[in-house]
Structures are given as structure tokens and as C-alpha cells.
Design a protein around this ligand. Sequence first.
Ligand SMILES: C[C@H](NC(=O)[C@@H](N)CCCCN)C(=O)O
Length: 426
Amino acid sequence: MNTDGTPSRAMAWLVCALIAAALYGNFYVYDSIGPVADLLQQQRGFADTQIGLLNAIYSLPNIVLILVGGVLVDRFGAARMTMITAAICFAGALLTALSPNFAGMAAGRLLFGIGAETFNIATLAAIADYFGAGTLAFAMGLGLSIGRLGSYSADMSPNWFATAYASGWQQPLLIAAAFGATSLAASLVYGLIDRRRTASAPPKPVAEKFVFRDLLHFRKAYWYLLALCVLWYSVILAFRSTFSIKYFQHVHGLDLGTAGEMNSYVFLAAVFATPAFGWLCDRVGRYAPFLAFGALLLPLALWTMTWPHANLWIGTALIGVSFSLVPAVMWPLTSRLLGPTRFGTGIGLMWVAQNAGIAGANLVAGWLNDRAGASAQNPAGYDAMMLFFGGASVIGAVCALLLWFSAGRRDQELAPTSHRPANAPA
Ligand SMILES: C[C@H](NC(=O)[C@@H](N)CCCCN)C(=O)O
């Protein structure tokens, strides 16, 4: 700790490492359903609608709760909320793994979702507490990329924990709960460090008042960004985190281990490419064209995957670039577009709509598969789901192009608005 009460560099990077470890465990739990989807169907007779619901139910409470969660983080501080929400997430992961029936598992995923999205905000706020403008984006990118490593590990788990998978659906979910426990442990250590710092630090400035009327003054570019956020995340999360492994097994004839490995490369690419793309955009000083490029790759990738004999590597590589590029640009662009005084309100609204989209996409995709009887014996039954994902991703890409066109040359329309009073017309 420095003499003026600000954290030392060593302390800041230690906190960043702990937050990254906490995100790793949290993202592992989030992505633990996809690899057991086929086992849940075979051993417990779950329909695709039920499997979709296990991930949709994560998002459903957050259609409302995420706004409350943001306010709680401001009110009680990032450290306290990180610890509380990590504990809720662990309880949810444990309940999911130990439940004897679908209702109990769904309750576990609901509990996990209630904790996890507010946990995501709290961890971003935690990094913001410890890093200044010069290193903040890089530190956030690093935290996010270690989180992606958790998603990668979940997809690789059928290979890494083959014995657990051979024993059935439950042991893999208990392993996920163990990662939830490490996330909680990292959060608690961070909380202890933060308590020592805040005891001697000057009081934090009071958070800005949350004014709903401000939303009316966000510029057109913000609404394009919001629409892209909803559509792109809905498709990428409902496909990559819920149905893609099963899709690769049933349509492309891959075994579980190979399908999980194929899916995992998307996350592995993001580990390295997300901070790299963020650094590149900062250097070039352009955001909108990169975002449009990343958004366009998603429908292209899905289209290549619909060909049963096409090389899956092509689609995987395209989704990998999209999955690295879009988040790397979207969050810095959101902060640039809104400025610091309206960032919390803006991101809260984006995540409300995003969670509604993710829940809806999981439910619709599961329902479409069940209706068409999608299975290894009937791979064409997945066509409706792919058409749905493809259509949504095309509309998302159109929004990204509109954002780019509305940004004008050199993104001048996307300049920060923080110099304006919060209620000035946009
Ligand atoms: C930073 C961003 N997170 C989100 O958008 C969350 N609202 C949803 C994340 C769900 C999976 N962990 C991201 O992960 O890119």
C-alpha cells in the first residue's frame, strides 16, 4: 500500500490475479452443462427443452436482478458483493450437482444465475477500484481472458476427467462445484486484502444517482450496440455453451471428447486474442469497423457448420475470432460512447436485455430441436435451430454495420459524452 492510501502495483496485480481465479471458477460452472447434455439425455431422459432451460434459468432472474445487483455493488462495495455472490454461486453449483431430479437441478442453476451476473459486475468494479486509466482495460481484458480459460477447461473436461464422465452425469457436475469452491476461496482472499486497504484508505466518492430518464438521451449508436449485444451474446452463448457439443456429436458424428475439444478452441483462442484485439483497437483508435467485422463472422461461421461434411475447423476458427473480437471491442466502446457518468446505467440496461435474449434463445433452440425430433438418428432435426441462430446473428451483424455507418469516419460520433451534463440531449 502507498503512503497516500492508494494500492501499490504489487497489491493491484495480486487483486487482479485473485479476481481472475474467481472468474475462472465461475465461468467453468457456467459452461458445465454443455459437456453433460448428452449424458443428461441418455441417463436421465431430459428433453432438449429441459437442457436449454438449465442455462436459460441462469439468465431469467437477471432480466430484473442485474439492475439491482449494480446498485448493490455501488452501495456495499465490490469486495463484499464479490464474496457474497461467489458464495451464492457455489451453493447453486452444489445444488445442481446433488439434485436427484430436474426441478432441483433447475433450482441450482437459478441460484447460480442469481449470484453470477452480479458477481460479474462486482469483479469488473473490483478491478476498476485497483487500476487507473492507463492499465484498466488491459487488466480487465486479462481477467476476462482467464475467465475464458475456465470455459475452455469445462469443454476439455470430458478429456481431462474421462473417468468422471465414464461414471455418468453427476461427477462432472461435482467437479464443477469444486471449481465454484475455488472461485469462492479466491473471492474471500481478495475480500480480506481489500478490508486491510479500505481500513486505511480515504473514503470513496459517493456513487452517481441512478436516473432512468438518462436512458432516453443515449445516442442512436448506443441502441445499435445494445441490439448487437443482445443478439450476438444470445446466439454465441445458447449455441456454444448449451447445444454446440451435442450438435457436433449428432450432426458431425464426433464423440463427446472430440466435440468438447472442438468447442473449447473457441474459448482458448479468446484467452490470447481478447487482450490482443483490445490492444490493437486502442492502438489504431478505431472500434466500430472491428466490431462490424467480428459480428459478420458469426453468421458465416454458423453457415459453414450446417454442412455435415464441411471441415468444422473453418467454423470454429471463424467463431473463435468473433468471440475474441466482439467482447474486446464492445465493452471499451460502451464506456467510450457513454462516458463514466452513465456507464453503470447503460451497461445495466444492456445486460437486462442481454439476459432476456440469452434465456429466450436457449428456450427457443431447445423447443425447436424437440419439435423436430433432433437426434443422432435425425440430424436434420437441428436445421430449425441453426436457421434461428443464423437469422438472429445476421440481424446482429446488420446492427453492427449500422453502428459503423452512424459512427462516421474515424469513429468521431462515438466520442465520449462525459463532458456533457447527464441530462443534456444527445
Ligand atoms: C463481460 C461479458 N459478460 C457478460 O456479458 C455477462 N452479462 C454474461 C456472461 C455469461 C457467461 N459468463 C463477457 O463475458 O464477455
